[in-house]
Design a protein around this ligand. Structure first.
Ligand code: DAH
Length: 341
């Protein structure tokens, strides 16, 4: 029977459509059964014209058309399904798993100079000091004359100065802020002043720009004993609780008497090594009792008030505290330095 053939062809057609795994094999299956030229159902449809009996012809025609429609429907349904599946695969491939751990974040670290500045500030804040800053472009008068280094004074020579014009320069020390602080705040007073200073030096152990901290305390009845206690607290907070200190007489124009602070060597514990040049001691800062002229220049009566001052290089303190041999690494911008944490 022709209609049995039709059923058989339709069955195979539906089977082929169901079995198509992608759009290409679906198109191929459709062409095999419904293709214009030689699709199996197309060929069967052409047979309608060859049937003589009108009833049989009509019946057969209805069946063939129904079979074609059915198969066409299944092809489209399968196409829609395959397309959906293809999209799902594509979306799944692109999907982000938000629960997946992120790649480790590379955190920065503070530069040793910044870190040391903060540590110094923390130590002196505990002792009630205010932190101030002063101008980096300073008057010669403030940088030198008012801290007892008048024109022609020998210690000006030790601070090779960048002059801007006759009266202005890049400050060579933070000491001029002593005057500014006294003028602005008066006595009693406790301040530290961290900041950049500039000198015409450039060799393996000197940079033309470096950092200092100035300290100044002025009050009634301040003695060298107060200075010693303060420096001991500072040295032990920064360089380790087991540090011993000693004060040696020195000479600074703005202090009288002047003292240099040595701290027992942090490498050899005082036994003697290369860092301390086998002396067991490391020179850390300059200090002294504020010279009466300096108090006067700041508008403070030296008959009523006394005070002490100290000053030191932050790079040097950082080198000693963190064991950095060569100052130059502090300026070379090698991220491995700050990466050490
Ligand atoms: N200004 C000095 C310098 O640059 C350091 C200094 C020494 C500051 C003694 C002081 C001090 O306040 O009392 O070498």
């Amino acid at each position: 029977m022709v209609t049995d053939d039709l059923h058989e062809v339709l069955r195979r057609g539906l089977e082929a459509v169901r079995a198509a795994v992608d759009l290409a094999s679906l198109d191929e299956a459709r062409a095999r059964f419904l293709g214009r030229g030689d699709g199996e159902l197309t060929l069967m449809r052409r047979r309608i014209g060859t049937i003589a009996d009108p009833d049989a012809k009509r019946q057969y025609g209805l069946s063939v058309n129904e079979a074609c429609r059915r198969l066409e429907e299944d092809v489209e349904a399968r196409r829609a399904q395959l397309e959906r599946e293809r999209q799902e695969v594509a979306v799944a491939a692109e999907a982000l798993d938000l629960t997946w751990p992120a790649p480790p974040l590379r955190r920065g670290h503070l530069h040793p100079v910044t870190r040391m500045t903060r540590e110094i500030r923390r130590v002196f804040t505990q002792l009630g000091y205010l932190t101030l800053s002063g101008p980096e472009v300073e008057y010669d008068r403030y940088n030198f004359t008012l801290v007892n280094m008048p024109p022609g004074h020998p210690s000006r020579d030790t601070q090779d100065t960048f002059y801007i014009d006759d009266s202005r320069l890049l400050r060579t020390q933070t000491s001029p802020v002593q005057i500014r602080a006294l003028v602005a705040l008066g006595a009693p007073l406790r301040v530290i002043v961290p900041g950049k200073v500039f000198r015409r030096d450039n060799d393996p152990t000197h940079s033309p720009v470096f950092h200092q901290v100035e300290g100044l305390l002025v009050d009634e009845g301040v003695t060298a004993g107060d200075l010693k206690g303060t420096l001991e607290f500072f040295a032990r907070s920064i360089f380790g609780a087991e540090r011993a200190i000693r004060l040696r007489p020195h000479n600074f124009s703005f202090t009288e008497p002047s003292l240099e602070l040595d701290v027992s060597c942090m490498v050899c514990e005082g036994k003697g090594c290369r860092l301390c040049k086998h002396s067991g001691w490391i020179e850390v800062l300059g200090s002294g009792m504020v010279h009466p002229d300096v108090l006067r220049n700041g508008g403070v009566d030296p008959e009523h008030y006394t005070g002490f001052a100290f000053g030191f290089g932050i790079e040097r303190a950082a080198q000693l505290a963190y064991g950095i041999d060569d100052v130059r690494v502090l300026y070379e911008n090698d991220v491995r330095l700050v990466g050490q944490g």
